[in-house]
Design a protein around this ligand. Structure first.
Ligand code: CP
Ligand code: NVA
Length: 311
C-alpha cells in the first residue's frame, strides 16, 4: 500500500484549483512514492477489480496510453469509449451516459472540447471524473510536469518558469500550478492570445506570481524552465493561418537556451508542431526534459487514480 491522502477518495479532478496546496503537493509526493516503488519492482495491485472508463472527443497518444497502462499496472482495467462509440449529446444525453457509467465503473476520465461537458458529466456521475484535457485545462499534464521539475531541481518554490506561446489550456493550468507551488510564472504571448482572464484573476487572488509579457526572448532570460505548447490546439484548425502569423518570432530554437539559468531546462507537453512553437532540435537537446515529462504522465496519473479511485 502507498500513503493515502484522506481527503481525495471519491473526488473529481477537473482543474488544479479544486485541490488545496497540500493536496497538490501530496499528489506529487504520492506520484514519487509510487514511481520509486514500481521502479524497485514493488507493484501491489492496489486497484484490483476496478475499472476506469476513458472517453475521448479528441485524439490522444500520451493520455490514453498512460491511463490505460496505469490501471493495468495497478491491477485494474480500463475501457476506451470514443465519441464515435457513444455519441453523447447526440445519441443520448451526457446525464444519461453518466448514470449508466456510474453503475459499472469506479472512475471516468474524459477528454472533451468544452469544459462544460466535463462539469456536466461530473455533476451527474457518482464516481470520480478526471479531466484528460478540455479546452480550458489539462491538470494531469501539469501534475506530471511539476513532478518532472521537482525531480530536476529538488524543489519548486521560487523557481522561475516561463511559458512561451498561446494562452491555452496548458497555459491556464500552469497558472493554477504556480499558485500551488509558489513558482514565479512569466507568460510571453502575443496580444489577443492571453490566458483565461478569470483563471488568472483567481490564481492571483490566491497569491500566484504571474507576469504577462510580449517579448519572448526577454521572458526567457534567467528562467529555470522554458515551456511551450502548440499554437493551434485541437479544435482550432480553422484559425491556423491567423495564428501562425500572430506567433511570428515565437519559434523556440536551442539558441534561446543560452539565456536560461545555468541549470535551465526546456519542456513541452507534446505533440509538437515542429517549425511552429519550436524546432525538433529543441526537443532532442540535452536541456530538454520532454520525454521525462511524457514518462511522468504514467507515474502522476497512477497517483491520481490511486488517491481518487482507491480506498
Ligand atoms: N500531452 C498530451 O496530453 O498528449 P496526448 O494529446 O497525446 O494525450
Ligand atoms: N494545447 C494542446 C495540448 C495537447 C496535449 C491542445 O489542446 O491540443
Amino acid at each position: 500500500m502507498f500513503t493515502r491522502l484522506t481527503s481525495l477518495p471519491g473526488r473529481d479532478l477537473l482543474s488544479l484549483a479544486e485541490l488545496t496546496r497540500e493536496e497538490f503537493n501530496g499528489l506529487l509526493d504520492s506520484a514519487l512514492e509510487i514511481k520509486e516503488a514500481f521502479k524497485r519492482g514493488h507493484r501491489p495491485p492496489v486497484l484490483a477489480g476496478k475499472t476506469l472508463a476513458m472517453i475521448f472527443e479528441k485524439q490522444s497518444l500520451r493520455t490514453r496510453s498512460t491511463f490505460d497502462i496505469a490501471m493495468y499496472q495497478m491491477g485494474g482495467h480500463s475501457i476506451l469509449l470514443s465519441q464515435n462509440y457513444i455519441g453523447w449529446g447526440v445519441r443520448e444525453t451526457i446525464k444519461d451516459v453518466a448514470h449508466n457509467l456510474e453503475r459499472w465503473v469506479e472512475g471516468v476520465m474524459a477528454r472533451t472540447y468544452g469544459h462544460a461537458t466535463l462539469t456536466e458529466l461530473a455533476e451527474h456521475a457518482d464516481v470520480p471524473v478526471i479531466n484528460g484535457l478540455s479546452d480550458l485545462f489539462h491538470p494531469c499534464q501539469l501534475l506530471a510536469d511539476y513532478l518532472t521539475i521537482k525531480e530536476v531541481f529538488g524543489t519548486l518554490e521560487g523557481l522561475k518558469i516561463t511559458f512561451v506561446g498561446d494562452g491555452n489550456n496548458v497555459c491556464n493550468t500552469h497558472i493554477e500550478a504556480a499558485a500551488h507551488a509558489k513558482t514565479e510564472l512569466a507568460i510571453a504571448c502575443p496580444e489577443g492570445f492571453e490566458p483565461d482572464a478569470k483563471v488568472l484573476a483567481q490564481a492571483r487572488a490566491c497569491g500566484a506570481s504571474v507576469t504577462i509579457m510580449r517579448d519572448p526572448r526577454a521572458a526567457v532570460r534567467g528562467a529555470d524552465v522554458l515551456y511551450t505548447d502548440v499554437w493551434i490546439s485541437m479544435g482550432q484548425e480553422e484559425e491556423a493561418e491567423r495564428r501562425r502569423l500572430a506567433f511570428a518570432g515565437y519559434t523556440i530554437t536551442p539558441e534561446w537556451f543560452s539565456d536560461l539559468s545555468p541549470q535551465g531546462i526546456f519542456m513541452h507537453d507534446l505533440p509538437a508542431h515542429y517549425g511552429e512553437e519550436c524546432v525538433e532540435e529543441a526537443v532532442y537537446h540535452q536541456r530538454s526534459r520532454v520525454f521525462e515529462q511524457a514518462e511522468n504522465r504514467l507515474h502522476a496519473q497512477k497517483a491520481v487514480l490511486y488517491q481518487l479511485l482507491g480506498g
